[in-house]
Design a protein around this ligand. Structure first.
Ligand code: M6R
Length: 613
């Protein structure tokens, strides 16, 4: 992961880069650095910790210059300290480089370079690449573009890099393979970002670099684009649709809270132009074009990681129930390493908020190499995964900045619901009356989410009671089982409380041994097909003195009499309950994390996009 920002133009580079790094901090936040060329020399500042530490460190230093590069890091090779922070300078201090990705053959390259007299200061793979570029430039007496191009032909792995030189303050070199890089094209100025968020306030015109491309951004000759095999390319400039307000906290204390509260709108945005209520029709053009192939397939395989994987399991219930298509859901990280039996008749659905997750991308590449058709469900428009798929549907949830995924999850589930309804109808396996009823129910979900959000203060009071419990169990059955998994993940990742999600009926096969009067057990006990069974499971917990916090259908009396606390959600169709039941868990985790003084938006050890294995 890691975030890259760079600038070249007539403005002061440092503040633009610093601001951009703050925007990209969700990608990694264990150290940060900026190098600027002040016209005569490169000044390089790096600091362990968040971008604000770098800001303090560089406060009284020379940060002048109109060209510079910056980086916010999530450590892979080497500890998160000042030395390992990017940018990395060449041995002669004439060049500086920032990198997102992993150079897999760095050890071999390093050994060879050491034999040739190169001395390394850091433990990073990135510094090796910087020295390799320097080595080629000095041996061949070529320029930075050519030296970088040749070096990239020697590396194996993933990279998005930006390089500058001391001697030429008029140009920046950028290249990418498997890690994202966007170039913003202004008037006599260029911006670079790992995504468009640091660029959007300056220009809407962007170029998404393709894998294997290398660009020279020059104040004298403009933009040159080639492949690293030296083939000229024509840059394709496109206009961003992103809005700057979506990148701000908008009065909320944290992005996570803002994103939780955005869900009525993000779900609505996800359905816009797709759920055609009055025509009783669902429009998902890209996917529908592949419909015959999908219906002919033996089963669908869903691949994803983390929260997206939980959405995938909800999707399994939806697709099997509404479209009667068999589904297998796989962790992308497992799928990619187990020689899966898959061929050109198979359909793979890849789900990813960021569209960058390395394991999901690798799983897609594997499935593609075997001829499978890939459907993408991504949030980030134009992301690597979105571009690697044959067709797909964006979730349109808007930028999700908090590391804990919230609105992306409900948008993913919404897309999967739309796909299931579309296929169910077109296959003729869903009764027309049920289809119409579900269309109306789905259409009502944003206002029902709004209603659930009104319980925020009450959920906060529950969080206050259980914030110090060191463990928690989350239980759900059927389509709500993945909601339990998601609830546990939310609590774990932002409040560092050990939590497990379990199918409620499985509790008696082991986890029940954990239950005592200290253990909060969060249960989805809505009035659906498995209601009575879940009520029995709650009784089992209470019989062992566990504390039960149940999510129930509005007006429920039975669970209210047994549970310690109930959180009501509006009645909806059984298949749509995950879209509502997940919200109280998001709020609960948020409040617990705030009360425990945890960094909600940037939890320890995590980053938003996991672009390493
Ligand atoms: O961007 P992706 O959806 O591919 O990311 C997958 C996971 O890394 C992600 O969902 C992660 O589990 C979140 N931190 C969960 O909140």
């Amino acid at each position: 992961m890691c975030g890259i920002v760079a600038y070249i133009g007539d403005k002061k580079a440092f503040p633009i880069i610093l601001k951009g790094l703050k925007r990209l901090e969700y990608r990694g936040y264990d150290s940060a650095g900026i190098a600027v060329n002040n016209g005569t020399e490169l000044n390089l500042y790096k600091k362990a910790g968040k971008v604000v530490e770098l800001e303090k460190f560089a406060k009284d230093k020379d940060t002048s210059g109109n060209v510079g590069i910056g980086h916010t890091r999530w450590a892979t090779h080497g500890k998160p300290n000042d030395v390992n922070a990017h940018p990395h300078a060449s041995g002669n201090s004439k060049f500086a480089l920032v990198h997102n990705g992993i150079i897999e053959n760095y050890a071999v390259l390093k050994e060879e370079l050491e034999k040739r007299g190169h001395i390394f200061k850091s433990e990073t793979d990135t510094e090796v690449l910087m020295h390799l570029i320097e080595d080629i430039i000095s041996k061949q007496n070529c320029d930075l573009f050519e030296g970088t191009r040749q070096a990239l032909n020697e590396v194996i792995g993933a990279y998005a890099i930006v390089v500058i030189s001391e001697d030429n303050p008029n140009e920046i070199i950028a290249a990418k393979k498997s890690s994202p890089l966007v170039i913003g094209v202004g008037i006599d100025e260029f911006f670079i970002g790992s995504d468009a968020t640091p660029i959007i306030e300056y220009t809407k015109n962007v170029i998404y670099l393709e894998d294997g491309e290398i660009a020279k951004l020059s104040l004298t000759s403009g933009l040159t684009l080639k492949t690293i095999q030296n083939v000229e390319k024509t840059p394709y400039i496109q206009e961003l649709e992103m809005k700057i307000e979506t990148l701000e906290k908008g009065g909320y204390d944290h992005f996570m809270l803002k994103e939780i509260f955005e869900q009525p709108r993000s779900i609505q945005d996800c359905m816009r132009g797709r759920l055609m209520l009055h025509q009783n029709y669902i429009s998902l053009g890209g996917i529908e074009a592949y419909q015959d192939k999908i219906f002919a397939a033996k089963r669908l395989i869903i691949i994803a990681c983390g929260t997206s994987w939980h959405a995938g399991i909800v999707g399994e219930y939806l697709l099997e129930e509404l479209a009667r298509i068999p589904v297998e859901v796989e962790y992308a990280s497992e799928f990619r390493y187990r020689n899966p039996i898959i061929d050109e008749n198979d359909i793979v659905i890849a789900i990813s908020q960021s569209g960058e997750t390395a394991d999901t991308l690798a799983a897609i590449e594997l499935a593609k190499s075997k001829g499978a058709t890939i459907i993408g469900i991504c949030n980030v428009v134009n992301s690597t995964i979105a571009r690697a798929t044959d067709c797909g549907a964006y979730t349109h949830a808007g930028p999700e900045i908090g590391v804990a995924s919230t609105k992306a999850f409900t948008a993913q589930v919404t897309v999967l619901t739309l796909i299931s309804l579309l296929f169910g109808k077109n296959k003729g396996v869903i009764e027309p009356a049920r289809f119409t009823r579900l269309m109306h129910e789905l259409n009502a979900i944003p206002s029902k989410v709004e209603e659930v959000l009104k319980s925020d203060a009450y959920i906060k009071s529950i969080a206050e009671i259980y914030k110090d419990a060191p463990n928690a169990l989350f239980l759900g059955r059927g389509i709500n089982f993945p909601v339990a998994l998601e609830g546990a993940l939310k609590l774990k990742e932002i409040s560092y409380i050990h939590a497990e999600g379990y199918p409620a009926a499985e509790m008696k096969h082991g986890p029940i041994a954990l239950i005592d009067e200290e253990m909060p057990v969060y249960v989805i006990a809505t009035q659906d097909a498995s209601y009575e069974k879940v009520v029995s499971n709650i009784q089992e917990v209470k019989a062992r003195k566990g504390k039960v916090i149940a999510i129930v259908t509005k007006g429920d009396k039975v669970v209210k009499n047994i549970a310690d606390h109930v959180i009501e959600i509006p009645k909806t169709d059984d298949m749509l309950v995950p879209l509502l039941a997940t919200i109280p868990f998001q709020l609960l985790s948020y409040h617990v994390a705030v009360m425990r003084a945890c960094n909600v938006d940037q939890p320890r050890n995590l980053a938003k996009s996991v672009t390493v294995e």
